[in-house]
Design a protein around this ligand. Structure first.
Ligand code: ADP
Length: 257
């Protein structure tokens, strides 16, 4: 790897983390946290030890999706992850703040420092797949996070409302700089399924994700519909019990990593 090794942070010596998968998006609100959550749920269902590091410090959505209200505890060895009902380890800034509605008004370096601490100080234990819900965009904070965590692969979440070609281009360039493979693209809010006739309606026009993926030699790992049940599952903290599975290709890709 051409990544300067000196910048990589060591995780707690008690941890044994096999694969670190970063989930990125061009901007907020495209469903990056939802895809991160569903990936973790699917890998857990497939029998793997799975955890989520919520690096989206200014927009943390992982605790809500899993219905977690507990605060994180610590012992003399480190910070304990908060475990979901089905056994997914999580750490988010919302597990540390006294009030989840408190805004995080920290500057970039403090935010990046917090993410590094989630890597260095949390007792993740034995983990097959650690998913990192990255801060949105390709700015300073995600860059610092990429430089300090040993990421094995990146999943890019896009939505058809966006300039997908530009976002993918930026993500691919950032990944090349870090020498980390882009595992593929997931398109969220790809279509709407008519509840009456089952027809798929391309609400935002014809999807361009296949063409863009093809241009970069990347795989499309899944297309998620707009589904009110998904929004409800997130809202109610029931994402672990959501039945739909549009990500089996992504699961396969990670199993073969
Ligand atoms: P991001 O992490 O990119 O900021 P989120 O994953 O938090 O975005 O999603 C933003 C909001 O949109 C959430 O409230 C989520 O429930 C909703 N949402 C995302 N994707 C879908 C979808 N495919 N169908 C229905 N609601 C969705």
């Amino acid at each position: 790897s051409s990544q300067p090794q000196s910048m990589l942070e060591e995780t707690n010596s008690m941890n044994n983390i096999k694969k670190v998968i970063a989930v990125v998006s061009g901007k907020g609100g495209v469903g990056k946290s939802l895809v991160t959550s569903l990936m973790a749920v699917n890998m857990r269902r497939a029998g793997y030890k799975t955890s989520i590091l919520d690096a989206d410090i200014t927009g943390p959505s992982i605790p809500k999706a899993f219905g977690i209200r507990e605060k994180a505890m610590a012992n003399e060895l480190g910070i304990l992850p908060v475990i979901t009902e089905t056994g997914i380890g999580t750490m988010s800034v919302n597990n540390l703040l006294e009030n989840d509605t408190d805004p995080v008004v920290w500057r970039g370096p403090v935010i990046a420092g917090t993410v590094k601490q989630f890597w260095t100080d949390v007792l993740w234990g034995d983990v097959d797949y650690l998913f990192v819900d990255m801060p949105p965009g390709t700015g300073d904070v995600p860059l610092t996070v990429f430089q300090s965590l040993p990421v094995d692969g990146i999943i890019v979440v896009t939505s058809p409302q966006e300039l997908v070609s530009m976002i993918v281009e930026k993500a691919v360039k950032m990944a090349e700089m870090m020498n980390i493979p882009v595992l593929g693209l997931v398109e969220n809010m790809s279509y709407l399924k008519c509840p009456e006739c089952g027809k798929e309606i391309p609400v935002f026009g014809k999807s361009k994700v296949d063409d863009v993926a093809g241009d970069h030699g990347l795989d499309v790992l899944g297309k998620l519909p707009i589904d009110p049940k998904l929004a409800e599952a997130c809202d109610r903290g029931r994402i672990e019990y959501f039945e739909g599975n549009w990500l089996h290709k992504a699961v396969k890709k990670l199993q073969n990593l």
